[in-house]
Design a binder for this molecule. Structure first.
Ligand code: NAP
Length: 309
């Protein structure tokens, strides 16, 4: 029996991967999408999406991703679960090792996205799941009537602070500067929320707890150097993301932060290997831009395959 050689293998099933999957399967390419965990990517841990066009009033992240999946099913996209360990470029054929098995394909679209950045302070790792979390949507409801802290000053931190204020009695937002990075609209909402207090110019130096879990965090003022203790039962770290590219070292060119470098056509440094969405070096990381990348990479793959029969 001859081994299957796919036209395209898409790695990652977030908005970029699913869009690429939709376009490739609709173009009748022999397509396989490989997802490590659950389809939907980071959007699955987003409560409300209110800036994806076509959904006035907003839509929840999981609901939006379910629509993406249903749409892909309409065109018969083949999806499998697996962890891609490596990609070897052998010219016209790429060899992927997925859970110890080999998969052959003529082209690859990498859409592995990004994961929450860790603080890297003492106590953080030990208290994960016992007060320290990277996802307010997933764990917020455990903190009903509790005091919780969010770390970060971007859109995620502000959105998560507001989400947590639905459950918690008090929400601290600790930010290392005196100005938030989040967009003005979110800042306005934050300012109007009585439960949230911003702790400016402060970094978290360590997390401490007892048998019941996190009890407090130790802060340092970046201006005065003064150290203080903040009692909190929950710490939600929202200090940005890092791209999931560790399996690509030496395969395609990455920038200093680990993002895949591509041209405007989502083409990486290796012909036949493309990248789409948050994993790619780009100016904006949104569902809308991931969708654009998914569509672009799929259409360029089609052209690439036609030129490399
Ligand atoms: P982000 O925009 O990169 O912001 C990260 C925040 O964490 C910044 O305020 C940064 O501080 C702070 N930070 C970074 N490293 C830190 C450290 N080691 N210690 C303490 N603070 C640290 O990340 P994000 O908020 O997760 O957003 C990621 C992308 O998704 C962005 O492009 C964002 O616009 C997008 N996003 C969009 C939406 C939406 O459209 N509704 C929602 C969520 C996210 P500085 O400000 O000092 O650098």
């Amino acid at each position: 029996m001859s081994e299957t050689i796919y036209d395209v293998v898409i790695i990652g099933g977030g908005p970029a991967g699913l869009t690429a999957g939709l376009y490739c399967s609709r173009a009748r390419l022999n397509t396989l999408l490989i997802e490590k965990m659950i389809l939907g990517g980071q959007v699955m841990i987003t409560t409300d999406v209110e800036n994806y066009p076509g959904f006035p009033g907003g839509i929840t992240g999981p609901e939006l991703m379910e629509r993406f999946q249903t749409h892909c099913q309409e065109f018969g996209l083949q999806v499998t679960t697996g962890d891609v360990q490596s990609i070897e470029d052998q010219g016209k054929i790429k060899h992927l090792i997925v859970d110890e098995k080999e998969i052959l394909t003529r082209s690859v679209i990498i859409a592995t996205g990004a994961e929450p950045r860790k603080l890297g302070v003492p106590g953080e790792k030990e208290l994960v799941g016992r007060g320290v979390s990277y996802c307010a949507t997933c764990d917020g409801a455990f903190f009903r009537n509790a005091t919780v802290t969010i770390n970060g000053g971007g859109d995620t931190a502000v959105e998560e602070a507001m989400f947590l204020s639905r459950f918690a009695s008090k929400v601290y937002l600790v930010h290392r500067r005196d100005q938030l990075r989040a967009i003005s609209l979110l800042q306005e909402r934050l300012n109007a929320n009585d439960k949230i207090e911003v702790v400016w110019n402060s970094t978290i130096e360590s997390c401490e707890g007892d048998n019941s879990g996190l009890t407090h965090i130790n802060l340092k003022n970046t201006q005065s150097g003064e150290e203080s203790k903040l009692e909190t039962q929950g710490l939600f770290v929202a200090i940005g993301v890092t791209p999931k590219t560790s399996f690509l070292q030496g395969v395609v060119d990455l920038d200093d932060s680990g993002y895949i470098i591509t041209d405007y056509q989502c083409q990486t440094s290796v012909p036949g290997i493309f990248a789409a969405g948050d994993v790619r070096q780009s100016v904006l990381k949104q569902i809308a831009t991931a969708v654009g990348d998914g569509a672009t990479s799929a259409s360029v793959v089609e052209k690439y395959l036609a030129e490399n029969e």
